[in-house]
Design a protein around this ligand. Structure first.
Ligand code: ADP
Ligand code: MG
Length: 142
């Protein structure tokens, strides 16, 4: 278990970048935490650390955004509007598990039953001050 305290959005992006450097293609990262916790910020840092230079925004309406990085394809999901695992069939969920793709899953609490046992979890909570966050990373022999 790794716990990181951040005090601004840039530090959370850096935490995402550090995790990116430890993972291999095929990994799945399941995020939990409220709206505005910093999940997308963490994913932005993750993608930039893998050499993606463009904009990284929330895939709330698209459900999934795909990025080509120097390491592999990264698919960034937002399950906020996915109310149960059944709805995942509509987006071809199983096809994303090709072993060559890293999956980043925001609002993973909505699809817990569809997540592999072998996953990294990242929980982001607010801390004492307005911009403080506590990031807890578990799984994956980190
Ligand atoms: P989520 O994807 O969890 O809904 P976002 O990453 O989209 O959250 O938004 C986080 C918001 O909180 C941004 O507006 C960001 O500027 C702000 N923020 C303030 N402090 C932090 C911090 N320590 N880490 C991440 N975001 C922060
Ligand atoms: Mg988000």
């Amino acid at each position: 278990m790794i716990q990181i305290q951040t005090h601004n959005v840039t530090e959370t992006e850096h935490a995402g970048g550090s995790l990116a450097k430890k993972l291999s293609p095929g990994a799945l990262v399941a995020f939990t935490g409220d709206l505005g916790a910093g999940k997308t910020a963490f994913c932005r840092g993750f993608l930039h650390a893998l050499g993606y230079t463009g904009r990284v925004t929330s895939p709330t309406f698209a459900i999934v955004n795909e990025y080509d990085t120097e390491l592999c394809r990264v698919c960034h999901f937002d399950m906020y509007r996915i109310l149960d695992e059944d709805a995942l069939y509509d987006i071809g969920w199983d096809d994303y598990f090709d072993g060559d793709t890293i999956l980043l899953v925001e609002w993973s609490e909505n699809v817990t039953g569809a997540l592999p046992e072998d996953r990294i979890t990242v929980d982001i909570r607010r801390g004492k001050a307005e911009d403080d966050r506590v990031i807890t990373i578990e799984g994956g022999n980190l």
